[in-house]
Unconditional design. Sequence first.
Length: 197
Amino acid sequence: MNLGRYILGITGASGSIYGIRLAQQLLVRGDEIHLVMTDNGRAVVEYETGYTADELTDDLQGYDGKLESYSIGDIFAPISSGSFKADAMIVAPCSMATLAHIANGISDNLLERAADVCIKERRRLILVPRETPLSSIHLSNMLALSQAGAIVLPAMPAFYHKPQSLDDAVNFVVGKTLDALGIDNDLYKHWNGEIKL
């Protein structure tokens, strides 16, 4: 198994569990994660999970992989430079504000700068927006990012695998994210064409 080096951003969109579950899955494999959370991302983690961002970071340190965490304002962090070689960056969940900034090349914080670097260096960038409905502005920004080479992977769970719990729905989205990273996983039942219409 080839281990990877990934940048993970968590923003203030609802659905912080997607980023947390992804971090857990990558760290269990032994991958290296460079984590950066926006201020709103830290607040949403606490609101939705009951854990402070610092408690979450401490918990993630207990896995096999390596975790480095950065302050959102640390523009001198290694991940702000194109010379930092990452296999991919994932923003999960990705707020519409962060998505708009990345789409328009605005780097007001470390997360946005790291994403901008991925685009300019032609490295894999996966954005997991969790917003509905989507406005024309949102869609336009997503199109711009897709045309720039980013993967826009909305948090849209499917139902063909017959989820029995909220965890199953979360795992579907995280499994699809791992698929986009080229990482085999069994977080959800992959479609095998078993239903004939």
